[in-house]
Design a protein around this ligand. Sequence first.
Ligand SMILES: *[C@@H]1O[C@H](CO)[C@@H](O)[C@H](O)[C@H]1NC(C)=O
Ligand SMILES: *[C@@H]1O[C@H](CO)[C@@H](O)[C@H](O)[C@H]1NC(C)=O
Length: 543
Amino acid sequence: MVLFKGIGASIAIAAYLLFLYYSLQSSSYKRTEIEATFLQAWKGYAAHGWDADIYGPLSKTTSNMYGSKAKPLGWIIIDSIDTMLLMYNSTTSSSNKNLFKHELVKVESWVTRDLDYDIDASVSLFETTIRMLGGLLSAYYLSNELLLGDPTVYLNKAKDLADRMLPAFNTSTGIPYSSINLHTGASQKNHVDEGASSTAEFTTLQLEFKYLSAITADNRYWKAVEKAYKPLYEQNDLIKKYKGLVSIYTYPDTGTFRGSNIRLGSRGDSFYEYLLKQYLQTHERIYYDLYRVSVEGIKENLLSKSNPSGLTYIGEKERGLSGPLSSKMDHLVCFMGGLLAMGATEGLPISEARNQQFWDQKREEDWTLAQELTYTCYQMYHQVPSGLAPEIVVFNDKYASGIVGAWQSADGDFFIKPADSHNLQRPETVESIMFLYHLTKEQKYRDWGWEIFQSFRRHSGVNCKKSDTECAYTSITNVLSEPPSKGDNMESFWLAETLKYLHLLFQDDVDLTGLVFNTEAHPFPVIPEQNLKAHNLVTGWHL
Ligand SMILES: *[C@@H]1O[C@H](CO)[C@@H](O)[C@H](O)[C@H]1NC(C)=O
Ligand SMILES: *[C@@H]1O[C@H](CO)[C@@H](O)[C@H](O)[C@H]1NC(C)=O
């Protein structure tokens, strides 16, 4: 009997441990953990920084984008709404569901009563479009879809904001200036760089304004944002001379490039992203063709492999296409794995995509490259002892074989310079991992994402075991120090992008053919063809 009991108890314990093991591995458990982290970061902000645009979670200090006395733009709140809606929808925890609902009610009433875009200050057209207009539009879309709250609250604010930004497009070329006064409508060129705009900035407004046109049946927004392309392509002979690769600065009055610095990091990145995503949003062929030219340009001119392990990376051409390839790569470039994967498959699982008419050798190459780059970006976390990637790495090539004062990865493949060793809780790597997972269903991608999430939680969280409102998630000033040293700022994209992509990674049924994420991870639905036709939304330019 005793023996039997003992065996019975052991079996019960073993079964329990097995059950525990599998529950801790389960995707719904991991989603719940990511939700808990989101809620901690959000509650700390709501308790100590509510409605401020800029929040220092360690000092609990706040400021607004345009001065501490100026009205807030809603930088953190608006950027976070759709993450809460998505988590609300797919959580398996009823207490989290209630918490999200409660917070969303609070946010909606703040947007209704307090958010006022009649602000007499010059705001960044690009940042305000991707974060605020994008956030309001996806809040509209998802609250409508999920029947939660009043979607028109978000739509009305989005229209008001877009109308205030439209005068920025009234330039001789149609290329907007970089900032706009939301009260007077006066637009201004960049204060530095001889007034040149960042090329990625004026080519990363299109998804938002086009979606607004589709839901309001007002094509003014669509027309305004598409004007930038013709001068950009024609004035620079972009396809023939530049192989579809843009210099990172453009003079808005002429459309010509300033300088010849070509890179897929800051100021270049989302030019490429929005070519493909406009195609995915409306299925107008011209944008796929332009994307294709650029991707071939990247393959021919910017790719290389590190020593000794052969990690594939995208380098920079600081002195133009004919100049040498620099082996520096911003973490920002890590979005490219996901983008190439979406470009190859159009959101279909890879096994189905390969059976489509559209599949060809070029897409097969893109697909291989997508996997290689995502692996490289994962290694930028995995090989750093803290598990967190820096802002920039320099890969080991024949020129960069020894950089004075830089840290070198154990295998020798990349360097981190002291000035580049910070981590702003950026999303691009987990973004690519999320896309690759849903297109392949390969478990390794979830493992990578979970590992990165745990490193973020371990090193960027402060006081999170104490209480939710005391908990802070903050940027890291040095991923190499032990423990990594903390900064005092929580970027809105931690809530808008990083935690959203991680949560989507552990959701089981994400249909990537029906959604397009803007560059700030705000999802919009694909616009059906009949909707485009009904409102006469059609590309009005050609080369
Ligand atoms: C809501 O969640 C369900 C279940 O996970 C999912 O099938 C659906 O696509 C989600 N809806 C949205 C809009 O994300
Ligand atoms: C555009 O600019 C021109 C010239 O500065 C001005 O006359 C016109 O009223 C402006 N249009 C809009 C819609 O702002």
